[in-house]
Design a protein. Structure first.
Lengths: 652, 188
C-alpha cells in the first residue's frame, strides 16, 4: 500500500494557524505513507498537477488531501486522481480549514489537531476499496406544479425542447395571479393581453398535458425517476364534454364567494372564473352548492346543453413517472386582517387590498373597470395607498420586503388618475424600492405626471367618520403627523407563500423557510435548484418577486431540467448500502426503515430470503446500517471498519 | 446650520448607551417609518414627535432630547410602543431620557411639569397612594403661586373630593422596595 498525503496551505487560510510543513513531516511517519508535501493552493492547476505527478512517479495507490471541507473540493480532487489513473474514490479529504485553522488561534494546538485529523484520514483511506458508480436511465418527462406565469413559462420552455410536460394546477384555470392583474408595471401593458396567449399556447402545445383542479398527493423516488400520485378533484363537470357556454353559471341559484376577483363581487356555486380561463370548463364547488348542502336542486344538470354535469363524480388518483419537477406554486396576498386591527381588521368595506383594487380597475372585473367604492358604489375622489402592510413589520412577524409593493402602488396611483381624472392619490411609503429596469422613472412619473402625493411615513390608524375614512399617518419629511379624509384606502399587502406550500415541500422533501417560501440550494450559485436533486424552483414560491424575475427564473429552471434530462441517464453515487447476503438473517428491518424504498427481498437458491439494495434508489443515508441487528448492512466508503479505524486513531 | 454628525454621534454615544442600557431598547432598530408619530396623543404639545426623538438619539443629539418638551411632557400613553413595527418600546426610551434629564437637574421649559412629576412621586412614596391636599399645597408653595386655584378649595371640600387626613396603606415595606428597585435603574 502506497499512500500520499498532500497538505494544503490555502494561502494563509490554513497556513496562518496550522504549521503545514510540520503536518506533512508528521504524515511521513505514518504507516504506509511514502509521500507527503505541502502545497500553496492544492485546488489550483499547479496544485493538482503536483498530485498527479506524485501519484505517477511514486506509484501511489491512495491519497489523503488535508485541505478545506469536502463540500468544497471533493469532486475536484476525485477528478484529479482519476486523471492520475487511480480509482476516483481511493482518496480521502481531511478538513483542516473549517474544522481546524478557521476556528483555532493557537498554532501549536491547531497543528497537533491537524496531525490527528490527517492520521484519522490515513487510517480510513487504508481500508478504502475502489468504488464504481453506475448509471440509471431517467424518465424523460417533466412535472410542473403550479400554472401561474412561472409555471406556464417553464412548461412551454421545456415542452419546446421536445420533452413531454405535465402542468398541474390546483385551481380551475391556469394563469395564476397574473391573470387577475389589470396592468403591469412599468409599461402599463394589459396583463391578460400578454398572458392569455401564453395560456392558450400551453393548452395547445402537443408536449404539454394540462391538469387543472389537481393536487399532488404523494411523491416517491428521486432525481431522474420520481413516482408521483396526483389527485384530480371532483368538480362534477366532465371536462371533455363542457363547452364553456356558461349557461350553468347563469342559471345556478347558489351564491359563492368570487375567489378570482379576490372577494369583490360574487360568483356562483358552478362557475368559470373568467371568460379567458384555460381550460374553459366550469367547476362546481360542493361547499356552496344547494344540491350538496340541502340535497335539493339540479338546475345546472338540467340546463347544460352538453350533458357535462355529473354529480356522482369522484376524486381520481393517478400515478405517473417524471424525471424532474419544477415547483412554481407562487404566492398569495398576506392576510392582513388579524394583524392590523388599527386599519379596521377588515371591518371597513372601503379599506381594500391591492389585489381587490386591481380587480376594481380591471375592465374584465366585477365593476367592468369602473372604480366604485364597495360601501356605496360611489366613485372615490380621495384615494390613499398604504405601503408595507404585512411587510417590513417585525411586530406582526413579517420583517421581509414584498419587493413589488412600491411598484404596484405607483401603477395603481397612475391608473386611478386615468380612471378618475379629478381624483387625488396619496401614497404613504417608507422607502421607495424601484430597482428594476425603468422602475425608478415609473415611480417618478406617478408623482410628476399623475400628481400622486407621496408622504414618507407609515399609517398608524384608520377610522370611519361621516361616510369617509380618516387616515392618520406621518410625513417624516415635513416632520409630523398628518391626516387624510379618504374615500377609499388601498392596502399594499405583502406576499405570503401560497396556501399549503410547506405541506407540498414536505411531500417533495425540499426545504422551506419560516414564511413557507421554498429554499434554493445556494442563494448565489444555485438559485433555482432545491436541496433535493431533480427538483427546481420558479417564481414567487421561492421569495416575493415580480413578473420579469419569475419568468426569468422559470426559463432558468427549464434550462436546468432540459440539461438534466438530455443525457438520458444519470450517474449514481457508488456510496450506497450493501448487504452481506451470506450473513443476512432476512428480518427486513432495513427495508422497514428505508425512506427511499431502496431495499427489496431476494430469494437465494437455497430458498433463503435476504435483503438486497437497489443501488439506483439508495441515497446512502445509512439508516439501514444502524437498524440491522446482525450489522451486515454497510455503507460503501463508510464501512464499520473504516469508522472504527478512524475512531481508534483519535482515541490513541 | 449643518449639524456636524461626526461629532454629535461621538459626543452623545455615552448618554445614548445609558438610555439603551436602562430601557433595554436599541435606538438603531428604528427605521424612521413614523408610525409612532402618526397616532401620538401628545405630539400637539411636543417640540419633537416621537420618531424625531429616536432620530436625534441615533445621531447622538442627546442635549436636544434631554432638554426637549417631549421628554418633559410625554405622558406615557404607550400608543407609540403599541404601534411600532420594530417592537421598540418608544415610550420607555422617552421615559428614560426624562429620568436622565431629572438626574442631571435639567429643568427645561416646563418647570411646573417637572415640579409636579417630582412632587407626585414623592407624595406617593410617602403615603403609598396620592394625598391630593398635600400635593396641591406643596406645589402651590414650591411654584411660588400660593393662591393658585384657591377658590376651588371650599367646593371640593364640600363635595368630599379631597381628604385632609393622609391615606394609609398596608404593606409599606413592599412599596419602598418597589421604589428602590425602580431607582436602581436596571431593566433586565
Amino acid at each position: 500500500m502506497r499512500i500520499g498525503v498532500f497538505v494544503c496551505q490555502c494561502g494563509t487560510n490554513i497556513a496562518g494557524t496550522v504549521a503545514t510543513d510540520k503536518v506533512a513531516e508528521a504524515a511521513l511517519a505514518m504507516r504506509d505513507v511514502l509521500h507527503a508535501e505541502t502545497l500553496q493552493y492544492t485546488c489550483s492547476d499547479p496544485g493538482q498537477r503536483a498530485i498527479i505527478d506524485a501519484v505517477q512517479k511514486k506509484g501511489l495507490t491512495r491519497v489523503v488531501i488535508a485541505a478545506c471541507s469536502p463540500r468544497m473540493h471533493e469532486t475536484t480532487f476525485r477528478r484529479t486522481i482519476g486523471q492520475a489513473g487511480m480509482n476516483a474514490y481511493m482518496m480521502e479529504m481531511v478538513n483542516i480549514r473549517e474544522h481546524c485553522s478557521w476556528i483555532h488561534s493557537d498554532i501549536d494546538t491547531a497543528t497537533d489537531k491537524a496531525i490527528d485529523l490527517v492520521q484519522k484520514g490515513v487510517a480510513r483511506v487504508r481500508r478504502q476499496v475502489p468504488l464504481y458508480s453506475t448509471t440509471v436511465p431517467v424518465t424523460r418527462r417533466v412535472l410542473v406544479i403550479g400554472g401561474g406565469v412561472a409555471g406556464i413559462q417553464a412548461a412551454l420552455d421545456i415542452a419546446d425542447s421536445g420533452l413531454p410536460v405535465t402542468l398541474v394546477e390546483r385551481g380551475p384555470t391556469i394563469g395564476g395571479n397574473m391573470a387577475r392583474l389589470d396592468k403591469t408595471f412599468p409599461t402599463l401593458d394589459c396583463s391578460s393581453c400578454i398572458l392569455t396567449p401564453r395560456m392558450v399556447e400551453a393548452k395547445q402545445h402537443e408536449n404539454i398535458s394540462l391538469m387543472v383542479n389537481t393536487e399532488i398527493e404523494q411523491v416517491r423516488g428521486y432525481i431522474g425517476n420520481f413516482e408521483v400520485d396526483v389527485r384530480k378533484k371532483a368538480t362534477c363537470v366532465i371536462e371533455d364534454k363542457c363547452t364553456g357556454c356558461m349557461i350553468c353559471q347563469e342559471k345556478c341559484p347558489g351564491k359563492a364567494p368570487d375567489e378570482f376577483n379576490a372577494g369583490v363581487g360574487q360568483s356562483k356555486a358552478i362557475s368559470i372564473p373568467f371568460p379567458q380561463a384555460v381550460p374553459l370548463v366550469a367547476a362546481l364547488r360542493k361547499e356552496h352548492c344547494r344540491r350538496f348542502i340541502k340535497g335539493k336542486c339540479g338546475v345546472c344538470k338540467k340546463v347544460c346543453p352538453a350533458d357535462a354535469v355529473d354529480y356522482e363524480q369522484e376524486d381520481e388518483i393517478t400515478t405517473e413517472m417524471f424525471g424532474a419537477v419544477v415547483v412554481a406554486t407562487g404566492y398569495e396576498l398576506y392576510d392582513w386582517r388579524e394583524a392590523y386591527p388599527d386599519y379596521g381588521g377588515g371591518q371597513y368595506p372601503d379599506v381594500v387590498t391591492s389585489l381587490q383594487y386591481e380587480r376594481m380597475l380591471s375592465a374584465s372585473g366585477p365593476t367592468a373597470g369602473h372604480v366604485q367604492r364597495p360601501s356605496d358604489g360611489a366613485e372615490p375622489k380621495q384615494v390613499v395607498f398604504v405601503s408595507c402592510v404585512g411587510s417590513r413589520d417585525e411586530s406582526v412577524g413579517r420583517p421581509l420586503c414584498c419587493s413589488v409593493g412600491c411598484m404596484y402602488i405607483a401603477k395603481q396611483a397612475i391608473l386611478t388618475k386615468e380612471h378618475i381624472p379629478d381624483s387625488q392619490s396619496y401614497v404613504f411609503y417608507i422607502d421607495i424600492r424601484a430597482t428594476g429596469k425603468g422602475y425608478e422613472e415609473f415611480t417618478r412619473r406617478a408623482q410628476k405626471e399623475f400628481g400622486a402625493i407621496y408622504l414618507r411615513g407609515r399609517v398608524g390608524k384608520i377610522y370611519p367618520s361621516n361616510g369617509q375614512l380618516v387616515v392618520m399617518g406621518t410625513d417624516t419629511l415635513s416632520g409630523g403627523p398628518v391626516e387624510i379624509e379618504a374615500d377609499l384606502v388601498v392596502l399594499a399587502t405583502g406576499f405570503a407563500a401560497a396556501r399549503g406550500a410547506g405541506e407540498l415541500a414536505r411531500k417533495l422533501n425540499i426545504s422551506y423557510d419560516q414564511y413557507e417560501f421554498l429554499s434554493e440550494s445556494h442563494p448565489k450559485l444555485r438559485p433555482v435548484e432545491t436541496t433535493t436533486g431533480g427538483i427546481f424552483l420558479a417564481g414567487a414560491c421561492q421569495a416575493p418577486k415580480d413578473i420579469p424575475d419569475s419568468v426569468a427564473q422559470a426559463g432558468a429552471a427549464a434550462a436546468k431540467v432540459i440539461g438534466l434530462l438530455s443525457r438520458g441517464e444519470i450517474e449514481t453515487s457508488p456510496m450506497v448500502a450493501a448487504v452481506d447476503q451470506l450473513r443476512c438473517i432476512g428480518c427486513f428491518k432495513c427495508r422497514d426503515v428505508c425512506s427511499y424504498n431502496a431495499i427489496e427481498a431476494l430469494e437465494l437458491r437455497d430458498g433463503r430470503q435476504v435483503a438486497k439494495v437497489i443501488d439506483s434508489l439508495c441515497q446512502g443515508c445509512g439508516v439501514c446500517n444502524v437498524a440491522c441487528p446482525p450489522s451486515v448492512v454497510s455503507l460503501k466508503g463508510y464501512t464499520d471498519n473504516q469508522l472504527i479505524a478512524e475512531t481508534m486513531e483519535l482515541l490513541r | 446650520m449643518a449639524i456636524l454628525v461626526s461629532s454629535t454621534v461621538a459626543d452623545g454615544a455615552a448618554v445614548v448607551a445609558e438610555i439603551e442600557r436602562r430601557s433595554g431598547e436599541r435606538v438603531s432598530a428604528c427605521y424612521q417609518c413614523g408610525r409612532c408619530t402618526s397616532t401620538c396623543t401628545g405630539s400637539f404639545v411636543f417640540d419633537y414627535p416621537p420618531h424625531r426623538i429616536m432620530r436625534l438619539l441615533q445621531l447622538g443629539q442627546v442635549d436636544e432630547v434631554l432638554n426637549s418638551r417631549t421628554a418633559q411632557l410625554c405622558f406615557d400613553c404607550m400608543t407609540c410602543s403599541t404601534r411600532c413595527p420594530m417592537n421598540i418600546d418608544v415610550a420607555n426610551v422617552i421615559e428614560h431620557a426624562k429620568m436622565i434629564a431629572d438626574e442631571r437637574g435639567i429643568e427645561g421649559d416646563e418647570k411646573d411639569v417637572r415640579l409636579f412629576r417630582l412632587a407626585f412621586l414623592q407624595n406617593v412614596r410617602r403615603h403609598g397612594r396620592l394625598h391630593e391636599a398635600r400635593l396641591l399645597t406643596w406645589i402651590n408653595l414650591r411654584s411660588f403661586k400660593p393662591f393658585n386655584d384657591l377658590e376651588l378649595v371650599p367646593l371640593i371640600l364640600r363635595k368630599k373630593k379631597i381628604h385632609i387626613v393622609p391615606p394609609r396603606i398596608r404593606n409599606r415595606r413592599q412599596l419602598h422596595r418597589i421604589f428602590r428597585e425602580v431607582n436602581s435603574g436596571d431593566k433586565s
